[in-house]
Design a protein around this ligand. Structure first.
Ligand code: CP
Length: 318
């Protein structure tokens, strides 16, 4: 295997700038291809195990895997032996014994993937681990920003909303400073983390929402993660929208070249005005498209294919 291959992807925290750029460069290579080329991954096996709901991540991993010629096994927890008490580790060990080389896992328990990865031969890819991290979301977001702006160096990325419960933020807090960007966090006080190690970095600042709107090059809105809240925090969606949402009025405060992003799923009229989801300054559906490109690069990094990796002439600095 090439030295770039055979790697788990468990967190952005664990990756250095050089490795992040290598994955983004390869994802950009896939973004520029008109057709999938013959892949050395043809006929090999990968599995997707989602214990929490997903549309974007699950389907874009499957699309990416199929574009690379992999055989894809989609695991359904409800119809599996997990219902008989089998653990995630034993499930992974079982599919590894069948010849599955990589497993994409989304699940809510935090801190269990790393110790399992150390005991498994198959490659583990984190598709969302509780509120900890969502590494491929970070990669597709930064690929999208890089396509727009050429580089993340010195950009201000505002992340607004339910910061405390967002695993997307978990990855961005570690990754954006590595790529030279500053992070502005904003949201209701009850949705801000009590403490987060990554918030100690000087490139991370908590600011009022209107300051975030005015300063940001990228305005990234987050959904309220109701499934992780104990009780309703707002009387109505409209109350939240007016206080912390990207309203049409707030969007007018944005810099002319600033862009809107959202990892999805989005709730129109709650954290973002209905009209702004598909507005000219919105990158939301470009993010989704880039999800496939990033996940192709991540699958190659996990189980091979980067042997065909050509030096990429259009590579730009991050
Ligand atoms: N952004 C994201 O993870 O979306 P899904 O939950 O639909 O996968």
């Amino acid at each position: 295997m090439n030295h770039q291959e055979g790697k788990h992807l468990l967190s952005i925290r664990a990756l250095d700038r050089q490795e992040l750029i290598a994955i983004l460069d390869r994802a950009q290579y896939w973004a520029d291809q008109q057709h999938s080329e013959d892949s050395p991954l043809q006929g090999r096996f990968a599995a997707n195990l989602f214990f929490e709901p997903s549309t974007r991540t699950r389907f874009s991993f499957e699309t990416a895997q199929k574009k690379l010629g992999l055989h894809v096994l989609n695991f359904s927890a409800d119809a599996s032996s997990v219902t008989k008490g089998e653990t995630l580790y034993d499930t992974l060990k079982t599919i590894e014994s069948m010849g599955v080389e990589a497993a994409v896992v989304r699940q809510k328990e935090e801190g269990i993937l790393q110790p399992m990865a150390e005991k498994l031969n198959l490659r583990l890819i984190n598709a969302g681990e509780g509120t900890l991290e969502h590494p491929t979301q970070f990669l597709l977001d930064t690929l999208t920003i890089r396509q727009e702006r050429g580089s993340l160096q010195d950009l201000k990325v505002a992340i607004i909303g339910d910061i405390r419960h967002s695993r997307v933020v978990g990855s961005h807090l570690w990754g954006l400073p590595k790529l030279g960007a500053e992070v502005l966090l904003s949201g209701p006080p009850e949705m801000m983390p009590e403490s987060h190690e990554a918030m100690q970095q000087e490139q991370v600042n908590v600011v009022p929402i209107d300051e975030a709107m005015q300063q940001a090059d990228i305005v990234m809105m987050l959904r309220i993660q109701l499934e992780r809240h104990q009780s309703d925090l707002y009387d109505s969606a409209e109350t939240y929208h007016q206080q912390y949402g990207l309203t049409l009025q707030r969007a007018k405060q944005m810099k002319p070249e600033a862009k809107i992003m959202h990892p999805g799923p989005f709730n129109r009229g709650v954290e973002i005005a209905e009209e702004l989801v598909e507005a000219e300054q919105s990158l939301i559906f470009k993010q989704v498209a880039n999800g496939v490109h990033v996940r192709m690069a991540v699958m190659e990094r996990a189980i091979g294919g980067m042997g065909t990796w050509q030096p990429y002439s259009k590579t730009v600095n991050v």
